[in-house]
Design a protein around this ligand. Structure first.
Ligand SMILES: Cc1cc2nc3c(=O)[nH]c(=O)nc-3n(C[C@H](O)[C@H](O)[C@H](O)COP(=O)(O)OP(=O)(O)OC[C@H]3O[C@@H](n4cnc5c(N)ncnc54)[C@H](O)[C@@H]3O)c2cc1C
Length: 372
């Protein structure tokens, strides 16, 4: 019997598993595709804040960026490459945002080094840019390291049944608490208010004689080079979904697109493609993640005094599944958010601390129930 079962071994599931195992809890982690077999294994895993003018996501990512960079450095230093983060404006609108951000941020900004400036295309040097300290994580490596000392089962969780104050998974495994960390992949959780969209991404590792010392973000993300190898990634192909598509993803087309976009920024010489990584990342419809306990919509709708057409719903009055939680919808920032959100979830479950209302999944129930 386990204290906690986690479904999904991407960066979210592995971060939650790590948090609970470190608190002395008996953890079991499931993934049908293996550790980091989903979107997490494909990620460039850049650790960056969000460069925008304002908003909840920007604020959340600011805190998560500071927390997670420190978390990886302290706990998984061999999987973190600290490198300057150079963000270059794509267009006029982006340029205005960067200018605003630079004037208003509390982060220390840097001047890009001459080495990195010299590797950029001449026209790109003229664009507005922002440079600060950041990092890149070894995506699969860190997921494996987080889950190394706990029970991992490579199995699809097909059934989850509540019995005698316990959850029974696949008619075999017992756990008191269950966390869904299933990303954009089809979930066995059938709650109509939980809607996530999957965005397909592609990353390539290439060998090149071009030396790059920063992580560069413009049309795509380009990692610093290590032993002559650098990664180029983007979650650009929003129209492709492996579970819905009738045709396979065109890898060659994706490669050409990534190389063309990276070459608009950086002079890339003597290229050899070494490896492709593809996967889905999941985003929510308000772009903020979902972390916390799960509303049972059927039971909540049946509540006698349930008034859902209200401006300020009281989430506490809803009926929840006992000891059932989720962590999902991190968009393109899963590696920035996961350690921060996993800590939040652990403190909520074990220490009864409040979940940040901005990420509470109950907000989606409230919006959905208002409409029906
Ligand atoms: C190309 C690309 C580049 C990216 N770059 C960055 C970046 O630079 N920085 C950043 O922070 N983020 C980046 N992201 C986003 C980041 O990868 C995601 O936010 C993150 O991986 C989400 O993690 P997750 O654990 O929620 O989902 P996933 O990693 O997708 O994990 C979910 C897992 O659940 C498993 N699963 C689902 N249902 C079941 C079931 N019933 N039983 C068993 N297992 C199940 C799946 O097999 C899957 O492995 C990128 C994504 C992509 C695709």
């Amino acid at each position: 019997m386990y204290d906690i079962a986690i479904i999904g071994a991407g960066i979210n599931g592995c971060s939650v598993a790590y948090e609970f195992a470190n608190s002395g809890k008996k953890v079991i982690l499931f993934d049908e595709q293996g550790v980091a077999g989903g979107g997490s294994g494909a990620a460039g895993a850049f650790i960056s804040p969000k460069f925008s003018k304002a908003g909840d996501l920007k604020e959340l990512l600011h805190d998560a960026f500071v927390y997670s960079l420190d978390f990886y450095e302290k706990n998984f230093p061999s999987y973190l490459t600290k490198a300057p983060l150079l963000h270059i404006a794509q267009d006029e609108e982006d340029s205005a945002i960067l200018k605003y951000y630079k004037l208003n941020t509390s982060f220390a900004l840097k001047t890009p080094s001459n080495t990195v400036l010299n590797s950029l295309r001449a026209e790109v040097k003229m664009q507005e840019n922002l440079c600060m300290d950041g990092g890149v994580v070894d995506a699969s490596g860190v997921c494996y390291a987080m889950s190394k000392s706990l029970k991992f089962v490579q199995e699809k969780v097909k059934t989850l049944v509540e019995k005698d104050a316990m959850w029974v998974l696949n008619e075999k495994y017992l756990a008191t608490h269950v966390v869904f960390a299933t990303g954009a992949y089809e979930s066995i959780l059938k709650e109509p208010y939980i809607k996530l969209r999957g965005v397909w991404g592609h990353r390539i590792d290439i060998k090149t004689t071009t030396q790059n010392t920063s992580s560069i973000h413009q049309f795509v993300s380009i990692s610093p080079s290590k032993n002559g190898v650098l990664a180029i990634g983007a979650t650009h192909n929003v129209h492709y979904h492996p579970q819905l598509a009738t045709m396979p993803y065109e890898v060659e087309e994706g490669r050409l697109e990534l190389l063309e976009k990276a070459s608009r920024t950086l002079k890339l010489d003597n290229i050899e493609i070494l490896k492709d990584y593809t996967g889905l990342r999941s985003g929510s419809f308000d772009y903020l993640p979902l972390v916390g306990k799960l509303v049972n919509s059927e039971q909540t709708l049946a509540q006698k005094n349930g008034n859902f057409k209200t401006k300020n719903p009281n989430y506490e009055s809803y009926a929840y599944y006992p000891n059932l939680y989720m962590i999902n919808g991190s968009g393109g920032y899963g590696f920035v958010l996961a350690p921060y959100l996993a800590k939040m979830l652990r403190e909520f479950v074990l220490e009864d601390k409040k979940i940040d209302a901005r990420v509470n999944p109950a907000r989606f129930f409230a919006r959905w129930a208002k409409k029906i």
